[in-house]
Write a protein that binds this ligand. Structure first.
Ligand code: FES
Ligand code: FES
Length: 166
């Protein structure tokens, strides 16, 4: 990261496996950077105060509320957004599980839930529902309730474990 006289700074960030170098105002948060600078509008914004979790992305594999992170803070880090999930235009297994279990209604919260769920990859399929619910607790849904979302994550973890065990 380097500063220029206008206080803007140059940042280099990996997003969805691709490296981006951009000059940004230091106060721009990561969600705005992703949406406005990179056009990755799958990351949604709700409260912009760290409450709703709509803006959740993965930074170095961990769920992070991107409205609370300034873009220069992720210099050199690896960011992953919902746009990284599909495979050649096909839904990923996790996305299919959400679809099959009807784990969304308006869908506004779905990218955030998908990214939190993605961070659980490799977790045992025997994980208690309460533990899954807790892992997903940082994102609010105003439509569906949470049962079907947890059902979808459980199904996906089970399928993953089945594939691992052959
Ligand atoms: S937009 Fe609500 S937590 Fe970021
Ligand atoms: S599906 Fe509408 S907010 Fe969650």
């Amino acid at each position: 990261m380097s500063a220029d006289p206008s206080n803007n700074c140059s940042v280099c960030i990996q997003v969805n496996g691709r490296e981006y170098t951009r000059t940004v105002e230091p106060r721009v948060h990561l969600a705005d950077f992703l949406r406005q600078e990179l056009g990755l509008t799958g990351t949604h914004l709700g409260c912009e105060q760290g409450v709703c979790g709509m803006c959740t992305v993965l930074v170095d594999g961990e769920p992070v509320k991107s409205c609370l992170v300034l873009t220069p803070q992720v210099e050199g880090r690896e960011v992953r957004t919902v746009e990284s999930l599909d495979q050649d235009g096909e839904l990923s297994a996790l996305q299919k599980a959400f679809h099959d279990k009807h784990a969304l209604q308006c869908g506004f919260c779905t990218p955030a839930f998908l990214m939190v769920a993605q961070s659980l990859e490799g977790m045992s399929a025997d994980t208690e529902r309460g533990e899954l619910r807790e892992a997903l607790a940082g994102v609010l849904c105003r439509c569906t309730g949470y049962k079907k979302i947890v059902d979808a994550v459980e199904e996906w973890l089970g399928a993953q474990e089945g594939a691992r065990n052959g």
